[in-house]
Design a protein around this ligand. Structure first.
Ligand code: SF4
Length: 566
């Protein structure tokens, strides 16, 4: 006897045909030009209900008078960010509780305040104002962030009108320093002074800022929008991890201008920016910047915040479509094709003493993981005046560059920096270690960063002195308090992501390790994101031991000129 079996395919073939279901309409993604402007989440709602920039008037007239308890939630946790204000973390809450507490339970009654510098030169008067704000209103705190901002802590809302008045007196501002808006720009710290620059982008940045920062038309974007603009051949503004970057190149017929990159960003879904293959003249740059920001405003995804950065739109569209939409719908003209940037000529942190094109010098100096404090800023103002230097700029590597130092005063300046906690002759690790805010003040943090990094630098300077003397390449160590990557986990030689780890059944602060990241974006060599070392979790207390082992192995095995990432 034989049995006949029927397969699911046979059964399906024998079944009477069902009428086809009508295709389901695609779910709206909150793209204004595609789906309309109806808000799809609370964040989008409050931005439309009350334009975020308008909160400044309420801060100055109501909240500064009536205090913290008078601030409603959508202003406190939403619109305040458009003026650089976030509530800071309540002291004493350990990182293991970060994910288990409600945001308001983690929150203190004080603020972190971010002041944007946009690559501008800070005069002694500006440094003195920045230092004074720290001393009077920020309990002495002031950090240089890796976006060339000054960040204060312990700020009370009552102080904001006076802080804004002082910043305004020296041309500084906090406008859209945070929030879903055009964030602070990165500019070359040596613009206008470096002998080897391709072009000075200072005027381009000023013009874009003048026209668009604080402009309500571009103050409600799907998420943050980061900009980097530099004409220096050291590729000194980490252009690959910005939403838009204009990178100095020389067009064979059109002369100096910019190569246009879009869609970079790190955080938990890192992606390096892409070249659109388009050349932008300095005259075109403001319109192109406005065009890219407008593409983001109109087509960016607003439904899910973790999919809202420009990088997700670029991933779906591709560079060719992005360029076509930019040209056809926003510029109304074609951009010329252009060359990619050449490989970086030297480190972009500008540490050390360098001759300027006018025969004077600029001097790059390293604090420890970006911590400067009010006394250092005020002391630096005095030192600049004493030696007859012009100004200082902050770098995208948490460093500071002093500009316009007369040749015969360079030694005096270099010596004068040391008592201020700045050095133009940093050890390898002091030079190339960065750390984010971490658990001291950040509500999202899981572990400490700045104190940990400072301790590790001290320990490694002692333990690895013999090895680092022979190493002629930097080794970037970036310490982050959580996966958000504010200090660029994935682009460091050794990137550290803070988390609570379990060792022998015991929970403790530690780090997941990413190795071999780099920023070297030229088009041919787009740099690369570091790889997670699977299964490796290093306790914070053993960080120096781990880095010691890795660096010794690298030093033993490397061939001449080989970098850590290669
Ligand atoms: Fe805070 Fe995390 Fe950013 Fe560090 S990486 S500043 S802990 S959000």
């Amino acid at each position: 006897m034989t049995t006949q079996t029927t397969t699911p395919d046979d059964q399906a073939a024998a079944a009477p045909a069902r009428p086809a279901r009508p295709a389901r309409a695609p779910r709206p993604n909150g793209q204004w030009k595609v789906d309309g402007t109806t808000p799809l989440n609370h964040n989008e709602e409050f931005k439309q209900e009350g334009p975020p920039l308008e909160v400044r008037e309420r801060i100055e007239t109501i909240y500064a008078r009536d205090g913290f308890d008078s601030i409603p939630g959508d202003d406190l946790h939403g619109r305040f960010r458009w003026w650089g204000l976030y509530t800071q973390r309540k002291p004493g809450i350990d990182g293991g509780r970060t994910a288990t507490l409600e945001p308001h339970e983690l929150e203190d009654r004080y603020f972190m305040l971010r002041v944007r510098t946009d690559g501008a030169a800070l005069s002694p008067a500006a440094l003195r104002v920045l230092g004074g704000i720290s001393a009077e209103f920020g309990r002495g705190t002031a950090d240089i962030s890796d976006r060339q901002n000054i960040q204060y802590h312990w700020i009370e809302v009552e102080a904001m009108p006076e802080i804004w008045r002082r910043l305004d007196s020296v041309g500084l501002e906090t406008t859209t320093a945070c929030g879903d808006s055009p964030r602070p720009f990165l500019g070359s710290p040596v613009a206008g002074v470096a002998a080897d620059e391709i072009l000075d982008a200072t005027d381009v940045i000023s013009e874009i800022k003048r026209r668009f920062i604080g402009n309500p038309d571009l103050a409600n974007l799907p998420r943050k929008f980061k900009t980097a603009i530099s004409g220096h051949p050291s590729l000194d503004v980490a252009h690959e991890i910005n939403d838009i970057a204009l990178v100095g190149v020389v067009h064979p017929e059109l002369g100096p201008g910019f190569d246009l990159w879009v869609g970079g960003g790190l955080s938990t879904a890192p992606r390096l920016g892409e070249r659109l293959g388009a050349f932008v003249t300095p005259e075109q740059a403001p319109a192109v910047w406005e065009g890219v920001a407008s593409v983001f405003r109109d087509y960016g995804y607003r439904r899910l915040r973790n999919k809202a950065r420009l990088k997700f739109l670029l991933a779906d569209w591709g560079a060719a479509k992005f360029r076509r939409v930019l040209q056809d719908e926003y510029l109304g003209y074609e951009l010329a094709d252009g060359p990619p940037p050449a490989p970086a000529t030297r480190p972009g942190d500008h540490v050390g003493v360098h001759e300027q094109k006018d025969g004077r010098y600029y001097v790059g100096a390293a604090p420890v993981v970006g911590r400067v404090g009010g006394n250092t800023l005020s002391g630096l103002a005095d030192l600049l005046e004493k030696v007859g230097a012009d100004a200082a700029r902050l770098t995208a590597h948490q460093k500071i560059v002093i500009l316009g130092v007369p040749a015969d005063r360079v030694d005096e300046l270099v010596e004068g920096l040391e008592p201020l906690g700045l050095t133009a002759r940093p050890s390898l690790f002091r030079r190339s270690t960065m750390a984010c805010t971490g658990i001291a003040f950040c509500k999202l943090a899981i572990v400490d960063t700045k104190d940990t990094a400072a301790r590790v630098i001290d320990e490694l300077e002692e333990r690895l002195a013999d090895v680092t003397e022979q190493l002629d390449v930097p080794i970037a160590l970036n310490v982050n308090g959580c996966p958000n990557s504010c200090a660029r986990i994935q682009t460091a030689d050794i990137g550290l992501k803070g988390q609570i780890i379990t060792v022998d059944g015991e929970q403790m602060p530690g780090f997941q390790v990413h190795l071999g990241g780099s920023l070297a974006g030229t088009g041919q060599d787009a740099g690369g994101l570091g790889r997670t070392v699977r299964g490796l979790k290093v306790p914070a207390t053993e960080l120096s031991d781990y880095v010691d082992r890795v660096v010794r192995r690298f030093a033993d095995q490397r061939s001449d000129g080989e970098t850590f990432a290669a």
